[in-house]
Design a protein around this ligand. Structure first.
Ligand SMILES: [Zn+2]
Length: 116
């Protein structure tokens, strides 16, 4: 089964697990950040999680994002145990259960979280 990964253009969130110490993380690496074991497994995340923190961005950092401001940046605890930063519905609050969908922002595919 191939893994869908929004950073590679398909609708999905990938994460990695260490085969040795079972550490779980989000950004693709060649070695486990906890114990250094190589060849971690890349797995498909469900897209479900809980809002850990959020920030409403009123002043966008780039010109192309400025037309989208204000927008909400969320830190999501995925149910698989890793944490990722993404965009989300401005009505979200800390502790909300969320699910990822995929949309385009300023010409790039991004994950976007809505309340379940
Ligand atoms: Zn490890």
């Amino acid at each position: 089964m191939s893994i869908s990964d929004w950073t590679k253009g398909s609708d999905g969130i990938a994460y990695q697990v260490c085969g040795q110490c079972k550490a779980v993380w989000y950004f693709e690496r060649r070695f486990c950040p906890a114990c250094g074991t190589d060849h971690p497994a890349t797995l498909q995340a469900s897209g479900r999680g809980v809002i850990h923190a959020l920030t409403l961005v009123a002043r966008a950092p780039t010109e192309e994002l400025r037309t989208h401001a204000p927008y909400l940046i969320v830190l999501v605890d995925a149910e698989e145990g890793f944490r990722l930063m993404a965009h989300g519905d401005p009505a979200l609050q800390i502790g909300d259960r969320v699910f990822a969908r995929f949309t385009q922002l300023a010409g790039h595919k991004i994950p976007y979280f809505d309340k379940v």
